[in-house]
Design a protein. Structure first.
Length: 312
């Protein structure tokens, strides 16, 4: 096993505590751990609990599941709700550069606005971007007591960052005037993740490939905040029997449900190991054994489909 090195930084898994981890989340967590450990990195867990719709107790259950899976981590997990000051400092840095503006738009305002030619689909159409201070004050007054959101003013002429993903290869995406802080005061995911990864010394981000389209925005924020860009590996999702992304409607999919119905902890680990081509059917494997067999270059590139009724 490679020696843990302080200089090449850390990998991480960053679940949102909105419910129990299902096979897809567990597989991504295992991959994040394998990628980090195989490269000699430290491994961290971050609880992304900024969203108000969180499920009390689910962070603890998630950590318990990760431990049962056989993962270990090198520091106490960090909770984003304990780090609001760091996000506000980053917003202040952007503000000093004239890169933040208040936005009073509702979703409906955005949908109703004409889209600029060549604007990427779903991009913010810039309604509030060029308001004068007087217009801005009037717009804020008009939505009170609701508060304006804060958006990033993407500098004119900015090219969307292109990055080379360990799994997907070259990824192109779009950037727009993304939200930094929502009208209800919640810090936006894209900002929090960039600030946290940098401060935690994360040099490798492994996560589901549904998040690949957010990455150019995050790289832009890193550049504007003078923060390093980590290596990225966006890994395939797990699909349910209908071919759609695995979800609760697919029956027993969380660790607790699988444990209650048919698997031991080691059985879930074996199943995931097998899905990655790292274990034989029913083989009892430890995470250390999986690590010994893991090669990022031979990782299956297609989504894995979970069929609850097949034998494993
Ligand atoms: N918290 C995000 C999720 O659970 C993952 C964010 C990330 O890994 O950057 O989908």
């Amino acid at each position: 096993m490679p020696e843990v090195s302080a200089t090449i930084g850390a990998g991480r898994y960053a679940p949102s505590p909105s419910g129990d981890l299902h096979l897809g989340n567990l597989r991504t967590a295992l991959l994040a751990w394998l990628f980090a450990r195989a490269s000699g990195r430290r491994f961290l867990i971050r609880i992304e609990d900024l969203d108000r719709a969180r499920d009390a107790g689910s962070a603890e259950r998630q950590l318990d599941d990760l431990e049962r899976l056989g993962l270990d981590w090198d520091e106490d997990p960090v909770r984003q709700t304990a780090r609001i000051d760091a996000y506000e400092r980053a917003i202040a840095r952007l503000e000093e550069q004239g890169l933040v503006y208040a936005c009073t738009c509702t979703r409906r305002d955005i949908l109703a606005a004409p889209t600029a030619p060549h604007a990427p689909p779903g991009a913010y159409p810039g309604i509030c971007r060029d308001r004068t201070p007087t217009e801005r004050a009037a717009a804020a007054q008009a939505i009170a007591p609701r508060m304006p959101a804060l958006r990033l003013r993407v500098p004119e002429g900015t090219e969307a960052p292109v990055f080379t993903d360990r799994v997907l290869g070259e990824v192109h995406g779009d950037v727009d005037d993304l939200v930094l802080r929502r009208g209800d005061g919640t810090i936006a995911y894209n900002l929090a993740v960039v600030v946290d990864d940098a401060e935690q010394g994360v040099t490798q981000v492994v996560r589901g490939d549904d998040l690949a389209p957010s990455t150019p925005r995050q790289i832009l924020l890193q550049r504007l905040l003078d923060l390093p860009t980590p290596e990225y590996a966006h890994v395939p999702l797990v699909l349910g029997p209908t071919g759609a992304r695995l979800a609760k409607r697919d029956g027993a999919v969380t660790f607790a449900e699988l444990r209650a119905q048919r698997f031991t902890d080691a059985g879930v680990r074996a199943l995931l190991g097998r899905s990655l081509g790292l274990a034989a059917a029913g083989e009892a494997v430890t995470t250390t054994q999986l690590l010994g067999r893991f090669d990022p270059d031979t990782l299956p590139r297609e989504p894995w489909t979970w069929r609850p009724n097949r034998s494993v």
